[in-house]
Design a binder for this molecule. Structure first.
Ligand code: AGP
Length: 366
């Protein structure tokens, strides 16, 4: 195990650090500058079939489901095809309407998650077209789907998923780009995404270089009884993943909320004892997110802003800065400081980060 850790204190920290390399692997041979698109041969679909897709439905459990939410947003933004995500664990219990013209994407790092496998089987029984977005080659879900996108994140040991999730989002960006370029997406926008994807690994390394500042913030907040993670639209799945990671490895209660929903109830929980992590992408909703921070601060709530916008340090109690790549790709980068925040909260509380209590790396039971 010491050898496998390669000098890192645990696998979670190692896998966070490996993300730039994992993304480079996922992109290798898949970006096409000539046509400003992506090449995903494992889909086994030609342009006519890709053009015929009426909607895209992402299915996964836990963090893979949140990655699916990011995937659905990317498909809607870049390809203008209706897209949704839902927890694979619920799918077979609600007698879903299966659309033969839809593309279903089963997402799984391990490829062995029973609920996701069962959703794939239910879909196939009802004539649905399912592809896999799987990390483990040769796994049950990869075999059951027979076609898809391998994540190429490399082995992930820590129960908390980090690099596999990043590669899920990278893969969904390529899928959305491919679907967009056989429809309405311009070559210029396609190339902007291709260039943005290529810039992701260096941006990740830059982010991880700021770890010490995030660790210091984590030490100050680790004793909180609960934390809010707030985001809207592109940042909403980021907030959900941030809350999930914190709960999973530090056992600190965390709740993710859509920024605009705060005033419909949860604002009552804000007080000096309830820190909020507010995810602020530099996009068309920036002014609204600044307003959200002000609303929380006006009620005495401490705010940690995670942002790639050029905001003054005085905007929040703490500001974690993230490099900018392209608006569509920013949610992926905004997620990474939240991994480090959860990790360092867990360390500050003396948790076993790689093997959190009550959890298994792959959930092969119902
Ligand atoms: C992520 O940190 C969690 N351990 C968990 O939510 C995980 O993503 C989920 O169980 C799905 O696992 P899979 O990707 O192997 O299917």
């Amino acid at each position: 195990e010491d050898y496998a850790l390669g000098g890192y204190p645990d696998f979670m920290r190692k896998e966070i650090a490996e993300q730039s390399e994992a993304v480079r692997r996922a992109l290798r041979g898949r970006l096409d500058d000539r046509f400003a698109t992506a090449r995903l041969g494992g889909l086994n679909m030609d342009a006519r079939e890709l053009r015929g897709i009426s909607k895209v439905v992402f299915l996964g459990c836990g963090s893979a489901y949140y990655a699916g939410q990011l995937g659905a947003q990317l498909v809607e933004e870049l390809a203008r095809i209706p897209a949704t995500a839902e927890p694979a664990s619920e799918f077979r219990y609600r007698n879903p309407v299966v659309d033969p013209d839809a593309l279903y994407v089963a997402i799984s790092q391990s490829g062995e998650t029973l609920d996701t496998l069962a959703a794939v089987q239910e879909l196939q029984r009802k004539g649905g077209r399912v592809i896999g977005a799987v990390n483990a080659v040769g796994s049950a879900i990869a075999r059951q789907c027979g076609a898809g996108v391998f994540l190429h994140a490399g082995p992930e040991i820590s129960v908390a998923s980090t690099k596999a999730l990043t590669n899920m989002t990278v893969s969904f960006t390529m899928l959305a780009l491919l679907l967009g370029r056989v429809r309405d997406l311009s070559a210029a926008d396609g190339q902007r995404i291709v260039d943005g994807l290529r810039a992701v690994p260096d941006a990740i390394d830059q982010l991880i270089g700021d770890e010490a500042a995030i660790a210091e913030i984590a030490q100050r907040y680790a004793k909180a009884r609960s934390m809010f993670f707030i985001g809207r639209v592109r940042a909403w799945p980021v907030a959900r993943e941030g809350a999930q990671k914190l709960k999973e490895v530090s056992y600190v209660h965390a709740e993710a909320y859509q920024a605009s929903e705060l005033k419909h109830g949860p604002l009552a929980l804000i007080d000096p004892e309830m820190p909020s992590v507010v995810i602020v992408p530099d996009d068309e909703l920036l002014a609204k997110n600044i307003n959200t921070i002000e609303q929380i601060k006006a009620r005495g709530g401490p705010v940690i802003a995670v942002t790639n916008a050029d905001l003054p340090a005085s905007i929040a109690d703490d500001v974690i800065r993230v490099p900018k790549v392209a608006p569509e790709l920013d949610p992926m980068l905004l997620t990474i400081p939240l991994q480090l925040l959860a990790y360092h909260c867990a360390l500050a509380l003396g948790r076993d980060v790689d093997k959190p209590r009550n959890l298994a790396k792959s959930v092969t039971v119902e």
